[in-house]
Design a protein around this ligand. Structure first.
Ligand code: FES
Length: 272
């Protein structure tokens, strides 16, 4: 039989290559559950993150800074926040400092290969699941604006690494007490460090990371270090979906923890 390549001229649901069946799908399992859950969780996260990013309050307390607001680069940041003295943006920015930096973590997640699959299925139903026809009559993939921007993922990956370093540093700085002396540890210190660790796992398991480390090599034997790194990253890469989700929850829960401490709802227990 002839093979018809998918592409702009052959929209998937109408493609001559597709079996001529009336039903949208012959699947009898609950294929809709996964995209539905994805939809609900991502919408909840979007609402929460938008509210917090615009709130411009309760993002720093007891040596802990929310990951939504770090690095805090404008002079309207609280002066004693970790980078409070480093304000390259100056005072012209009067809106929430979170809005200055949000494009980087947001861009990293939005262009992530796993999240693309997740939101194409959940929001755009393109397709909703394997072996389920999509409702659209036209398919252009990622060849046009805005989806062509998803090809910038590797650059967001590099930006994400810088953010990981900063958030790790925030966790280390949380080992200082209110006077700036080292040797202090609270539950919040552990929360910040756990959040940074999850973000590292998410970044290191990224497909772009795997390519950056082991891609374009003709002979692994001539690059033993890169081969070793590629092997490790490939193992993490298998769990990328898991890291994508738990790091997303990690960021939201870390922010919520800082907010609760900052508004006095929860006292940050101190170990020493
Ligand atoms: Fe998901 Fe790169 S593929 S972060």
């Amino acid at each position: 039989t002839d093979t018809i390549a998918p592409g702009p001229e052959a929209p998937a649901p109408l493609s001559p290559a597709r079996a001529k069946i009336e039903q949208k799908t012959l699947r009898t399992d609950r294929w809709w559950l996964s995209p539905l859950l994805t939809l609900l969780v991502l919408i909840a996260f979007i609402f929460y993150a938008t509210f917090r990013a615009f709130q411009k309050a309760d993002y720093y307390a007891d040596g802990l800074i929310s990951p939504f607001y770090s690095p805090c680069l404008s002079t309207n940041c609280l002066p004693d926040s970790p980078l409070g003295g480093f304000t390259p943006i100056g005072s012209w920015w009067t809106q929430s400092p979170a809005l200055l930096i949000l494009v980087f973590p947001l861009g990293f997640r939005m262009t992530c290969y796993y999240y693309r699959k997740a939101y194409y299925r959940a929001f755009w139903q393109s397709p909703p699941a394997c072996a389920v026809a999509e409702p659209h009559g036209k398919y252009t993939g990622e060849t046009r604006f805005p989806l062509i921007l998803n090809n910038t993922h590797r650059y967001f990956f590099y930006a994400g690494l810088i953010f990981n370093v900063i958030l790790t540093w925030d966790g280390i700085l949380a080992f200082r007490n209110a006077d700036g002396a080292w040797g202090h540890m609270s539950l919040g210190t552990l929360v910040l460090l756990a959040n940074a660790a999850l973000l590292w796992l998410y970044s290191l398991s990224c497909h772009s990371c795997r390519h950056a480390i082991g891609g374009r090599l003709k002979h692994f034997s001539k690059h033993p270090l890169r081969y070793k790194g590629w092997t490790l990253v490939s193992k993490l890469n298998h769990k990328h979906m898991l890291f994508a989700w738990i790091s997303l929850f990690g960021v939201a829960l870390t922010d919520a923890y800082v907010a609760l401490v900052a508004n006095g709802t929860f006292s940050n227990p101190t170990f020493f």
